[in-house]
Design a protein around this ligand. Structure first.
Ligand SMILES: [Fe+2]
Length: 371
C-alpha cells in the first residue's frame, strides 16, 4: 500500500521454501487436514504426537463460522496447557484460514464474529502463540497473507484482513504438492495465477508487489500444464509462484475476478480455483481497456509467438479439464446473473480493480460464459 508517498509491504517473519523445508517446522500444536495427515503421518507426528484433524462441515470452500468456533475451543485448551508452544496449520486454504481466526479467538475469550466483522481483530490477539502455516496446495497463498476468508451463516463469504492474521513463519515444501490429484493441482494453481494477475493490475502502486506478481504470473502460467501432467519440477515452480502471488495480493489486493468468484462460489458451493480460472479470461477482456499494457506485459513474459493472455488462459483451462463455461450451473445461475453482477460491483475489491464496475457489461459477459 502507498500512503503519503510511503509504500509498505508486509509478510511473515520467515518463509522457508524448498524440498525438506517442512522438516524445520518446530514442535507444537499441529492442525492438519485429514488428507494431508494420511499422506504425511510420520512427519506430522514429529511436530505433534496428537494433531488436531480439521475438516469443515461443507464439502468445499472456506471454513464456516461454526468450524472456526469449534476449532477455537480446542485451541484454547491446547494453549492453556502449553502457552509457549507454536500452533502450526498444515493444509490448504480452509485449514490455514480457520487456524488464523481460531487462534485469535482462542486468545481473546468471548470475542465474537460480529465483533470481528464490525471492529476487526482486536489488539488483545497480539498475545496469541506463534502462528506457523505450511501450505499444501498450489493455490491460496494464505500462509503469507494478512487475510482469512470465512463463510458466514447466511452463506456470504467474508474476507477479514489484519496484520494479526499474518503467520509468523510460512513453509512451502513442494513435497506436499507432489501428491495432489492433478485436478486439485490445476485448480489451485489457476487460483494462484489469478492472484498474481489481479495483484499486478490492481490500482495500488506497490513496486515490490508488482515485481513479485509479474514473476509469479510467469512461473505459474508456464508451469500449470506440465504440473497437471505430473512434472514434479513444474509443481515446485508453481508452488513458488503461489507463494509470491500470495505476498503480492496481500499487499496490492484482488479485483473483479475474485469479487465474482466469491459471490458465485458462496451460492453454488463451487471450488474457488476452478471458478476463478473460468472467469479470468472474461475479466481480462472486460478490464483490458484500462489495463491492457499490464496484461500484455504478463503475456510477453511467456515469450510465445502471437496469441494473447486470455486466449492462453482459455487454452490452459481446456487442457486441464477446467473448461471455459459456467453452463453447468444451468438456469439457476442465469436467473441471478444481474444480482451477481450487482453484488460484485458493490464488493470492496472493486476499489482497486483497474476498470470501474459497469453492471450491465459484467452481466453481459457472465451471460456469454453461462451458455
Ligand atoms: Fe483466490
Amino acid at each position: 500500500m502507498k500512503k503519503n508517498g510511503i509504500i509498505t509491504f508486509h509478510g511473515p517473519k520467515f518463509i522457508f521454501f524448498g524440498r525438506g523445508a517442512s522438516e524445520r517446522i518446530p514442535r507444537g500444536t499441529a492442525v492438519v487436514s485429514p488428507s494431508v495427515y494420511a499422506h504425511f503421518m510420520e512427519a506430522i507426528q514429529n511436530i505433534d504426537g496428537n494433531p488436531v484433524l480439521f475438516s469443515r462441515a461443507a464439502p468445499t470452500g472456506e471454513p464456516g463460522e461454526d468450524d472456526v468456533l469449534k476449532l477455537a475451543a480446542i485451541l484454547k485448551d491446547r494453549i492453556s496447557a502449553a502457552p509457549k508452544l507454536p500452533v502450526a496449520a498444515i493444509g490448504g486454504g480452509s485449514v490455514i484460514d480457520a487456524v488464523k481466526l481460531a487462534l485469535c479467538m482462542a486468545s481473546c475469550p468471548g470475542l465474537t464474529f460480529e465483533e470481528i466483522y464490525s471492529g476487526g481483530i482486536p489488539a488483545e490477539a497480539f498475545c496469541r502463540p506463534s502462528l506457523i502455516a505450511a501450505e499444501t496446495t498450489a493455490g491460496t497463498g494464505t500462509a503469507v497473507t494478512a487475510v482469512a476468508v470465512v463463510t458466514k451463516k447466511d452463506n456470504v463469504k467474508r474476507g477479514i484482513v489484519s496484520p494479526l492474521l499474518i503467520p509468523d513463519e510460512a513453509y512451502y515444501d513442494p513435497c506436499f504438492i507432489d501428491v495432489l490429484p492433478k485436478e486439485v493441482f490445476a485448480s489451485s494453481a489457476m487460483d494462484a495465477l489469478t492472484h498474481a494477475i489481479e495483484a499486478y493490475v490492481s490500482t495500488i502502486e506497490n513496486e515490490p508487489a508488482d515485481t513479485m506478481s509479474l514473476r509469479a504470473a510467469e512461473l505459474l502460467a508456464k508451469s500449470v500444464l506440465d504440473g497437471y501432467q505430473g512434472s514434479s519440477a513444474a509443481r515446485a515452480r508453481a508452488h513458488c509462484g503461489n507463494m509470491m502471488a500470495g505476498q503480492a495480493f496481500s499487499n496490492a489486493r484482488l479485483g473483479l475476478c475474485h469479487a465474482l468468484a466469491h459471490s458465485i462460489g458462496a451460492r453454488f458451493g463451487l471450488a474457488h480455483g476452478r471458478l476463478n480460472a473460468i472467469l479470468l479470461p472474461a475479466v481480462i477482456d472486460y478490464n483490458y481497456p484500462s489495463a491492457g499494457k499490464k496484461y500484455d506485459r504478463i503475456y510477453a513474459s511467456l515469450d510465445l509467438p502471437g496469441g494473447s493472455l486470455p486466449e492462453y488462459i482459455r487454452g490452459l483451462n481446456s487442457k486441464t479439464g477446467i473448461g471455459n463455461s459456467l453452463s453447468f450451473l444451468g438456469a439457476a445461475f442465469k436467473a441471478i446473473i444481474d444480482d451477481i453482477a450487482a453484488e460484485a460491483a458493490a464488493s470492496s475489491l472493486m476499489a482497486v480493480n483497474p476498470r470501474p464496475a459497469d453492471n450491465a457489461k459484467i452481466a453481459e459477459f457472465l451471460r456469454k460464459i453461462s451458455t
